[in-house]
Design a protein around this ligand. Sequence first.
Ligand SMILES: O=c1cc[nH]c(=O)[nH]1
Length: 405
Amino acid sequence: MDLVLRNARVVTDGDLVDIGVRNGRIAAMAPNLGAAASERDAAGRLVFPGFVDCHIHLDKAYILDRCTICEGTLAEAVRETARAKAAFTEEDVYARAARLVEQAILHGTMLLRTFVEVDPRAGLRSLAAIRRIKHDYAFAVDIEICAFAQEGLTQEPETENLLSQALAAGADLVGGCPYTDPDPAEHVRRIFDLAERFGTPVDFHADFDLDPEGSALPHIIAETERRGFGGRVSVGHATKLSALEPNAVEAMARRLAATGIAVTVLPATDLFLTGRDARRLVPRGVAPAHLLRQFGVTATIATNNVLNPFTPFGDASLIRMANLYANVAQLARDDEMDAVFAMVSADAARLMGRAYGLRIGGPADLALLDVASSSAAVRQIAAPIASWKSGRLVMERPAGRIFHP
Ligand SMILES: O=c1cc[nH]c(=O)[nH]1
């Protein structure tokens, strides 16, 4: 064996096993494996295949110092970012994205989907930078690129042309944003047209407000059904779901599950940008992912934005996002924490159509958390302490130390 990770806990309350790695793949999972070239004692800690961030904007991270936040609204965030974006260069995007990808790696993320804005202000510059990032960081993280129409489409025909160039140049999927388009239904149709033409999945930013009326989801559901796209469609934010009566949430959850549409909640952004008109009893504006999951929806939690007008916080830590969600959703039981852990790992991989799990013959993508269970990880924001991609150590975080007198 090239590597043996000893005394790993791969299932909460399960027996400890040694994980043997050969040629980048898991070769054995059993107690008391023989000696290997490299060894590490997990000492009963949780080992899993790494976090999955299925919704993160690398291209516009770390631009707080270029923007002014007065309102803290979605409209202001789109406006301020559009202004800053016009001055983005490829090198600037590369440097900021690299900084954020390195944060994600340090937090145990091994697979991510990033939205890259493609429009007359950004041209294809951000895309070029993120394609280089995807290549340069493949040693540690698989990156999927979603060419994204943040500022609408029907009112700006050049965006459609740029999206199709981005898809021809190797973007992995296409993303729409019906609420910034004067014709949301037509926006949805055109994004699906591009996805059909290039044979890619679609991912929409949808329903970013707390008015229960006017949802884009019925359009997205109808197009998904008409084109047989089930299992290849996801929507992010969907904050309107947090404003629906429980029976309406259940009805929508059943429709989304039956159609094969996944939902990603972005707690940091959804909390920051919604409910701005409330002077007291401020609503949370976070869609109830755990309830959607109970009705069979693939429901996930992700980072979204870091240090920009959409989210002036952040560090790409998915376990911190999971904890934030569990806290805001008022969850308490171990099974609820386990579900939340799945939303930043196995369920997010399912949203991306990727296989996930530790199995003999599978890739040796392994992350070691400083706890013995996924529920404890969510409760305590457990720090990832090391990770291996294809059996190669890519990250290690030393434990903090206290020096007693
Ligand atoms: O439209 C949106 C909403 C949240 N975050 C984004 O990046 N874009």
